[in-house]
Structure formats: C-alpha cells, structure tokens
Design a protein around this ligand. Structure first.
Ligand code: ZN
Length: 327
C-alpha cells in the first residue's frame, strides 16, 4: 500500500483520515548479544539480537539444534504454553520459553522487526525485568525503515473471566492503556493496583525495571517439579509472608503489580504490532491473557490493522492484510 503523505488532499475511504505524519517501522541498527541463565531451565543461554527488514516482525531463532536456524515467529498462533511463562514453538515442537520480558522490551523500544537468536530453549532471565534487554537495544541503537508502522486497534470489547480472575480489552482513541490489580495473601505483596498509558517514556521509567517474583513456598514446589532451576535472588524478588528476601528490597513500592503490567505488554505484543486499546487485568496470569487474545483474534470484527501517525487517533486502516496468519 503506497500512501503519498505529502499530499494533504483527502482521498478515498479510511486513507483520507490519515493527516498525521506517519511513524516508520524500526529495527536495530546493529547486532548485539548477551548471555545469562534461563529462569526455569537453569541452563546458560547466549542471546543475540539482529536487525531485520520491514514487515518481518519479531522472529526467534534456535541455533543450537541440528540443521540450525529453526525459526519461530513471535505470534499468538505459535504460543503453546502459558502456565508459568509464555512459550512459543514451531510445528515440530522446537520451542523458546519465557519470551515475555524480551517482548516487552522490544515493545517499549518501539522495535517492529528483529531476529532473536538463542542457543538454548529459554530466553535468559537477566535480572528478571525488561531493563537489561532495553539497555542492550539502546547500545545497538535503532534504525528507521522506509515502511509505515502498523498498529493492532481494538474495535470491540472482549473480556474473559476465570473464577476470580478477569481480563478485558476495550477500544481507546490512541495508545495502549493498561490497568492491573493483584491481591496476594502474602502480606509483603497484598493488594496492589496500577494504571498506565504505555508510551516509550512511561515503559522505560515506570515498568521496565519491575522484576518477576515468586513466593518462597512456591519456589520450593517448582524446583521439585524441575522448574525455576535458574531462579535466584539475582533474577527474581522472593517473598516469604511479610518478608522480602532480597537484601536490596524493592525498586518500586508496587513493583509486583508493575511486573504484571510488563508481562501483559510482552504477551500482548505477540499480536505482532503495538496495540491501540485498553487492557485490564484482575488477578490474571499469562494463561488468561492468552485466552482473551485467542477470542479477540478469532473475531475479525474485534480488531483492525491501521497505519500509525504521530497522532495515533488519526490512523489509516490497512486493507487486505494476511489476518489468517495471526489467528
Ligand atoms: Zn514476568
């Protein structure tokens, strides 16, 4: 689709409403990498981020397997497990685990296209937040591509209730808004609520450094089940009743609920585009977000792809997109 943005004259249909300056897709300026330990596998993993052409999206590539270069697009259609973290896999069962914090960092940086190479089954946990990944991306720098950015705009409300857990997505004029509420019996967490309009600045200053967390009692049970093997006070907040076991305490008084916002952003980015909509989560988990997104994607009247400008309320609808690839 070619739009002449220099022409202020209205043209046909939805395209005519797009008077804002277009925002172009972005990728990394250069490749950059790090190593770390997988939160659940406990194995050491090298991660490398590479630039990618426009309309590639985010693609994970396992380079440790025979034949090499097994690629898994970071899309909802490839999500195979959402119980403890988000897992994507290809049709042969080759998977990458715990993609959500890196996906949140890519969202926060406004990166539309990148190839994420890993030499193991899990993204390294780093410090349990999105911050180390953002730092890497900032070191690599960003490059603008010559294709307009597209957003996934919610047109109709959808919600999903699972006992006391609730998630919903409703239309907004512009940007992604997230409300989240959690209520834990552990006194150190308790009831927390937050609400953010997710801009690049808000993500970086308010969300990106919030770490994953676990209850000491659950960590023991997870370890016995062969999970959380790489979890430590270096990459997670660990709570025991009213105590926080990390010597240096919390980064925000409500770091727990902010991390839930970070998780939601990473998961939502599996739709392949920034979202224009209002997400609310009440005591919900990765699995509830996954259920909601499957409902949204299954209903074509619920969403549309739009080209975005610097005033995101004035966006042009994109026609004839390959929607089936998203479902
Ligand atoms: Zn998380």
């Amino acid at each position: 689709m070619n739009l002449d943005f220099s022409n202020p004259e209205p043209r046909d249909g939805a395209r005519a409403s797009f008077s804002a300056r277009p925002i172009m897709q972005k990728t990394l300026k250069t490749s950059i990498g790090c190593t770390g330990v997988g939160l659940h596998s406990g194995s050491r993993v090298a991660l490398k981020l590479h630039p990618a052409p426009a309309d590639t999206g985010i693609i994970f590539r396992r380079i440790d397997l025979v034949g090499g270069g097994r690629e898994i697009p970071a899309r909802w259609c490839n999500v195979t497990d959402s119980r403890l973290c988000t897992v994507i896999a290809d049709e042969h069962g080759v998977s990458v685990t715990t993609v959500e914090h890196l996906m949140a960092a890519l969202y926060g940086m406004g990166i539309d296209n990148a190839v994420v190479e890993v030499n193991g089954p899990e993204v390294p946990a780093m410090d349990g937040s999105a911050w180390p990944f953002m730092f890497l991306m900032e070191c690599a720098g960003l490059a603008e591509l010559q294709v307009t950015r597209k957003a996934f705009r919610i047109r109709k409300s959808k919600s999903f209730t699972n006992g006391a857990k609730r998630v919903s997505l409703v239309p907004t004029q512009s940007d992604l808004r997230i409300d989240f509420e959690i209520d834990f019996r552990a006194a150190a967490i308790g009831r927390q609520h937050c609400s953010f309009s997710i801009s690049a600045e808000t993500f970086k200053s308010e969300i990106s450094r919030a770490r994953t967390f676990g209850l000491l009692s659950e960590v023991t049970a997870l370890r016995e089940a062969g999970l959380a093997r790489g979890g430590s006070l270096e990459n997670a907040i660990v709570v025991d009743g009213d105590r926080i076991l990390n010597d240096d305490g919390l980064r925000h008084a409500d770091e727990f609920v902010r991390h839930k916002v970070l998780d939601a952003i990473g998961d939502l980015y599996l739709c392949g585009h920034p979202i224009i909509g209002h997400f609310s989560g009440h005591c919900s988990s990765h699995g509830d977000t996954a259920r909601l997104m499957r409902q949204v994607l299954a209903d074509p009247s619920c969403w549309e792809l739009v080209e975005v400008g610097d005033n995101m309320s004035e966006s042009a609808r994109v026609d004839s997109q390959p929607f089936a690839a998203l479902a």
